[in-house]
Design a protein around this ligand. Structure first.
Ligand code: DOR
Ligand code: ZN
Length: 428
């Protein structure tokens, strides 16, 4: 047995915020007792984690990561990605399908499902909506679901043809799987990764305007209302898009949205300071957009905090702005960015923020995870919500493309427990 003693259990699903001793037997929570119980009940050979002063919460769930295998393992692979997830307090991650080959076929998905088996955390896969991300022909969604795809997305590549999206939504509705959408209409984009405006001018690129996101968000929400498909608007970055989702959500419960830590923490100014490390699709935008995203998180227009963990190599990120790839890693800084920029300033309570990292994502993907209860899976994160630390370059991820390197954040993961096993300890 493993005991977690004297921790403050914050479980958004049951609205618990209380001190408890928690007992884990194999992969499940065997008991939740008043503090002091562990000392009486623990047996010879039981392992004990002293959690006085620490928060115990459900293991975090990320609906949006890129682990780059197969095809780009010099950036990340499933094992380094899973190690990065564990270090960030995550016990479940959902991988996007933009690998090489793309996850649009049975062989690639089968390979990845096998690969996930030996990982310290639960690594789940989405498959592509369209073959080759071409936006034309749907993949065999029935077959891919049967092989374990938990959802479908062409993330990274927006789908231009509205009729294809409509057809995908009808199929997703029939299969009871969510679709997630990268919303940037290429027709309105000068160049990806930097907000169109003074900053794109300053760095000499054409830029990506917020309206390119807004039009596709509006389109896909309208299609979701019409078809009833469960959809997730990915990494929302524009204040207008937040307002569109808010209005559309009033019309249908099947519309959901994500925000990333980078989009609620940074603005386009970061591009001037951090260069290509701040290049991301959709781009970091204005302070007004950032504040609108925080409002959207507060009033639950935005359901999930998702990292869009997007590893790239040093060589790639050292290229000039117009040719460096977009994206940043995020798994190891997400919880701290949420505590630092949402909880400490008083925008969200700790439980409300954790809801967007646990129970809400579990619901979208129909996962029996994201909560702490007797009989439930022993997937937990234990963290110090008050410890400050400075982000270094020593990530568990193979990559280190983070614009937060050098920043001092509050909130430090101490242990991650997945399936009843300690898969990460701070300092190891
Ligand atoms: O910046 C991004 N990078 N946005 C995406 O949607 C894809 C990601 C990647 O795969 O690098
Ligand atoms: Zn994306």
């Amino acid at each position: 047995m493993l005991w977690i003693k004297n921790g403050r259990l914050v479980d958004p699903k049951s609205q618990t915020d209380q001190f408890y001793d928690i007992c884990i037997e194999r992969e499940r929570i065997a008991g939740i007792f008043p503090p002091g119980s562990a000392d009486q009940k623990q047996g010879e050979g039981d392992e004990v984690i002293e959690a006085a002063g620490l928060i115990v919460a459900p293991g975090l769930i990320d609906v949006h990561v890129h682990f780059r295998e197969p095809g780009f393992t010099y950036k990340e692979d499933v094992a380094t990605g899973a190690a990065s997830a564990a270090a960030g307090g995550y016990t479940t991650v959902i991988c996007m399908a933009n690998t090489k080959p793309i996850v649009d076929n049975e062989e690639t998905l089968t390979y990845l499902r096998e690969r996930a088996k030996d990982m310290p955390v639960r690594v789940l896969n989405t498959a592509a909506i369209t073959k080759g991300f071409q936006g034309k022909e749907l993949t065999d969604m029935i077959g891919l679901k049967a092989l374990g795809a938990v959802g479908f997305t062409d993330d990274g590549v927006p789908i231009a043809d509205t009729s294809v999206v409509m057809e995908a939504m009808k199929m997703a509705k029939a299969l009871n799987v969510p679709l997630s959408f990268h919303e940037e209409d290429p027709a309105l984009i000068g160049s990806f990764g930097v907000n169109q405006g003074p900053v794109s001018v300053a760095v000499g690129v054409a830029g990506a305007p917020a309206v390119a996101e807004d039009v596709l968000v509006a389109r896909d929400c309208a299609l979701a209302l019409n078809t009833g498909a469960e959809i997730d608007i990915q990494h929302i970055s524009s204040g207008t898009s937040v307002a569109i989702v808010r209005a559309m959500k009033a019309l249908g419960k099947n519309i959901h949205a994500e925000a990333t830590p980078q989009h609620f923490s940074l603005t386009e100014e970061a591009v001037l300071q951090k260069g290509t490390l701040a290049r991301v699709n959709p781009p970091l935008r204005t302070e007004a957009d950032r504040l609108a995203i925080i409002e959207g998180l507060k009033d639950d227009t935005i359901d999930y905090i998702a990292t869009d963990h997007a590893p790239h190599s040093k060589e790639e990120k050292e290229k000039e702005m117009k040719s460096a790839p977009s994206g940043m890693i995020g798994l190891e800084t997400a919880l701290a960015l949420g505590i630092t920029n949402l909880v400490k300033p008083g925008h969200l309570t700790l439980s409300h923020m954790l809801e967007k990292l646990t129970v809400n994502p579990a619901q979208l993907y129909h996962l029996d995870a994201g909560y702490v209860a007797v009989g439930g899976l022993a997937d937990l994160v234990i963290f110090d919500e008050n410890e400050s630390w400075t982000v270094g370059e020593n990530f568990k991820s193979r990559a280190s493309n983070s614009p937060f390197i050098g920043d001092t954040l509050t909130g430090k993961v101490k242990y991650t427990i997945c399936d009843g096993k300690v898969v990460y300890r701070d300092g190891e």
